[in-house]
Write a protein that binds this ligand. Structure first.
Ligand SMILES: [Zn+2]
Length: 620
């Protein structure tokens, strides 16, 4: 079944078009040999050699279109884009770019980890001379575009003003806040989306579409020293003139494009790459705005198009030649606009997200453009995201307004369908007929009704595996194969949690209090009423925390009433207390002052819930 589907793709997609391979190899200077990056303790944080299996024709267990995309992603090393402009690709999920200036080199987007960014800079220097880094640009607020910054620049050089750090307006707030509230849930689900717990290989993880996978080294952040606040703004850094276009609320909440007039080169950040990107990632996120996204690409063509001979981004390889670059941008623009406009059109015909996702047909020009295919986002889940953006989770049919949750629904479905054994027997027929989507749906009911039903679990795992082998989308494949893995071997938890001290250090006291508030166990705190003034001695600010009705509210306004307790301490100590690293009894010894009823502090800490990074996904 999956084999037939793959064969069909190989005859309909333009596999004979080798232009992408030419582009991904163009300007090659040197590769990292061996393709392994370790941290200071010797732990491997990046291993592109583990993708060495990606050669030759696609095996039956990998969608041939995804296989091709992964082969392109595995072409690593230092490349010249044009003289003076270089990229190191295949050192992380994202790519790092080097612009040579008068005295040194300006870096765009220093990857996720200090270790991979440092390795990329070292490879660059080996071949282009030991140039000092004279500036850093973050194109947007996602971690794969700033996390490795301390691998290319020292704090002291930033503090002295020698090295400017340049980012779009709102960068820091979004960089630290995007994953704060829902971080635990997103990180657990990211384990499914990127397949971090899967073996790499033809039956496992073969890439995530946007890149092969994420590095697992040290994540850092140096806040920007220069913010770009307007489209058309220009800067000269180390003799390199740059012109900026702001694109907030596109692929990231804070994002910008960079034009380099002297090189006739345009950096599109992550708004025009060699994938259909996500309107909504399957790990979960706020829905993005594809309408604005396509408008920014239009604007980039208008602003810079006639001065551009090469377009590049912080993922994948560049596109050279004025006409090809513009054609690429036009198709990317139309891709997001088409998904938006057609979804809304059909929405106004009364169709729901899942119906539109099945009905929508992409124009042939987009269908046959490799860079517009759904390796990271998919037409299917992006259409549902557009629907969600306008209409929300509810499809308007009251049958779906108040449905039973999975376990309760599962019990009833299985009961109506004659019991778990009968469902599994029927599902075997559907499996044999290749209707994997249906098998996944009915067997999920069995597993939620009877989690220990061995035959049901096994067949569901086999089903997810087939869906994974068939998926053109890298993240769908990872999700399906991760689900199969957990059904067979139990939960792998959260393989890569986001916990970088540099990021936490940028959170404001208000953000910390919000984080504490979402940990209050409501019912346990219903009857608790308390007020605490937190006097943060290092930032000279007093915040009143009030717990009432299970809600922890906070204000920096001076209130006339006396709190139950006043706590005077520096921010760092407060964080120690809130994260469980400092006990209440140890506060005074650590330099805090407590004035009033100290029992309220224990009462507050006593109703804070733990988060669960190991929660179940495919089982109850
Ligand atoms: Zn990225």
């Amino acid at each position: 079944m999956i084999r037939a589907q793959h064969r069909h793709l190989t005859t309909t997609l333009p596999f004979s078009d080798e232009q992408d391979f030419e582009d991904a190899r163009r300007g090659f200077i040197a590769a990292l040999e061996p393709g392994v990056v370790r941290d200071g303790t010797g732990r491997v944080v990046w291993d592109i050699d583990s993708y060495g299996f990606l050669s030759g024709a696609a095996p039956d267990t990998v969608n041939p279109s995804l296989w091709r995309q992964s082969q392109l992603g595995a072409l690593q090393g230092l490349h010249e884009v044009v003289p003076g402009l270089y990229q190191v690709r295949g050192f992380d999920l994202s790519e790092i770019t080097f612009i040579e200036g008068e005295a040194g080199v300006v870096v765009i987007d220093p990857l996720i980890s200090v270790e991979t960014a440092a390795a990329a800079l070292a490879l660059y220097r080996e071949h282009r001379g030991n140039r000092p880094v004279t500036g850093v640009l973050y194109t947007h607020s996602h971690v794969d575009h700033f996390g490795g910054v301390r691998g290319v620049v020292d704090q002291a050089d930033v503090d002295s003003g020698a090295v400017p750090i340049i980012a779009p307006a709102g960068f820091t707030g979004h960089a630290v806040s995007e994953n704060v509230f829902a971080g635990t849930a997103m990180s657990r689900r990211a384990g499914y989306m990127y397949g971090a717990s899967l073996e790499r290989g033809p039956r496992g993880q073969v890439g995530a579409g946007l890149g092969l996978t994420t590095s697992t080294g040290t994540v850092t952040l140096i806040p920007p020293t220069i913010e770009i606040t307007a489209t058309g703004q220009e800067l000269v850094v180390d003799g390199v003139r740059m012109e900026f276009q702001l694109a907030p609320g596109s692929e990231a909440p804070a994002e910008m494009h960079i034009h380099l007039p002297h090189l006739r080169a345009l950096c599109m950040a992550e708004n025009a790459t060699h994938v259909l990107h996500n309107i909504l990632t399957i790990r979960g996120a706020l829905v993005r705005d594809p309408h604005a996204w396509s408008r920014y690409i239009s604007e980039a063509i208008e602003l810079f198009g006639d001065r551009t001979d090469v377009v590049f981004a912080s993922h994948h390889w560049p596109t050279w030649g004025h006409d090809r670059a513009i054609h690429f941008l036009e198709l990317q623009r139309d891709l997001y606009a088409y998904l938006h406009d057609q979804t809304v059109r059909m929405m106004n015909l009364g169709m729901t997200g899942s119906e539109i996702a099945e009905a929508i047909q992409m124009p042939p020009a987009l269908e046959n453009a490799w860079h517009a295919r759904g390796y990271y986002g998919s037409v299917s889940h992006n259409v549902k995201a557009v629907y969600q953006r306008y209409m929300g989770w509810y499809d308007g049919n009251p049958a779906n307004l108040w449905k039973h949750p999975p376990t309760e629904a599962g019990r009833r479905y299985v009961d109506f369908m004659g019991g778990a054994d009968a469902v599994v027997a029927k599902a075997e027929d559907s499996f044999a007929a290749g209707d994997y989507r249906w098998v996944a749906e009915v067997l999920s009911h069995v597993v939620f009704a009877e989690p220990d039903h061995a035959a049901g679990r096994a067949l569901l795992a086999d089903t997810f595996e087939q869906l994974g082998y068939g998926a053109e989308n890298g993240t769908w494949r990872c999700a399906y194969l991760s689900a199969a893995h957990e059904l067979r071997h139990g939960s792998f938890g959260t393989p890569a949690a986001a916990n970088a001290p540099d990021l936490y250090a940028q959170l404001t006291p208000e953000q910390w209090f919000d984080v504490i508030a979402i940990r209050v166990d409501g019912p346990r705190a219903w009857d608790l009423h308390l007020t605490i003034d937190i006097d943060l001695t290092d930032v000279s600010a007093v915040h009143r925390l009030t717990l009432n009705n299970g809600v922890l509210s906070h204000t920096a306004r001076q209130l006339p009433t006396t709190p139950d307790l006043t706590l005077r301490l520096p921010m760092q100590l407060l964080l120690g207390l809130l994260t469980g690293h400092v006990e209440i009894d140890g506060l005074e010894a650590a330099g805090a002052e407590l004035d009033g009823d100290r029992s309220v502090l224990a009462a507050l800490l006593g109703v804070l819930d733990r988060t669960d990074p190991d929660f179940e996904i495919v089982t109850p």
